[in-house]
Design a protein around this ligand. Structure first.
Ligand SMILES: [Zn+2]
Length: 42
């Protein structure tokens, strides 16, 4: 029994809910940034 992508309906491997494309599209990898935004005011 094939599973389908919950977003686009494409067939995905059994056990998967999202196809690779939608995984990238809807679940992007969050990059942790240690950079604090500093506002320079004159
Ligand atoms: Zn998809």
């Amino acid at each position: 029994m094939d599973d389908r992508c919950i977003f686009c309906g494409a067939l995905v491997p059994e056990g998967s809910m999202i196809c690779p494309q939608c995984e990238l599209k809807y679940m992007p990898v969050v990059e942790e940034t240690d950079d604090e935004e500093t506002e320079e005011k004159d």
